[in-house]
Design a protein around this ligand. Structure first.
Ligand SMILES: Nc1ncnc2c1ncn2[C@@H]1O[C@H](COP(=O)(O)O)[C@@H](O)[C@H]1O
Length: 175
């Protein structure tokens, strides 16, 4: 898996633990000559991971809606301009071998559920990973297990997404 699609927070007003993990992951992407595919805007965790990945030698592809072009990161090796947020999600999906959700808010949730919903109906079969840094996604994952128990999710959850609770678990899933 060489092209790693990442969804993550546009906020900087977050605990340092999230910044440290995102930075370490970006560095690992660079050291392992991976390609990062992500939202491309110089904000929050997105900029943290793009900077560390770029400086460590990764190729960084930013997928930027045309309305946000002026906010594009300076750490991009390639910039793909999309019409809007919807085709941005499909572009990130199409250009990635695997999709990872780092901690984020409604934008990240929209993106990761877009790719999970696509997998649910068989539009793609790419690996989707929640990177559960600091247990950030634990409550959400508990909710999803409840929805499955109640019969609202037809597939096994493990067929839809995987969970990495540590950096090592994430690296194992990316092998
Ligand atoms: N202001 C934004 N600029 C670029 N990309 C954004 C922005 N807001 C959301 N996004 C996309 O959604 C997530 C981050 O959203 P959060 O609500 O902070 O989780 C990120 O992956 C962007 O692709």
């Amino acid at each position: 898996m060489n092209s790693i699609g990442v969804f993550c927070s546009a906020s900087s007003n977050i605990d340092a633990i999230y910044i440290d993990f995102a930075s370490a992951f970006g560095q690992w992407l660079g050291e392992n000559k991976k390609t990062l595919v992500y939202g491309g805007v110089a904000r929050g965790l997105m900029e943290v991971i793009a900077k560390s990945a770029n400086l460590a030698g990764a190729k960084v592809i930013g997928v930027v809606p045309k309305k946000l072009q002026e906010h594009a990161s300076k750490y991009l090796n390639e910039k793909l301009i999309t019409e809007n947020l919807s085709d941005r999600k499909d572009t990130i999906l199409n250009r990635s071998d695997v999709l990872i959700a780092l901690p984020g808010g409604v934008g990240t949730l929209d993106e990761v559920f877009h790719v999970i919903a696509g997998k649910y109906i068989g539009l793609h079969n790419k690996k989707v990973i929640f990177y559960n840094i600091n247990g950030y996604y634990s409550n959400l994952l508990t909710c999803l297990a409840e929805y499955k128990r109640e019969g609202f999710v037809g597939s096994n959850l493990s067929d839809l997404y995987e969970i990495a609770n540590t950096e090592n678990e994430l690296k194992m899933l990316l092998k």
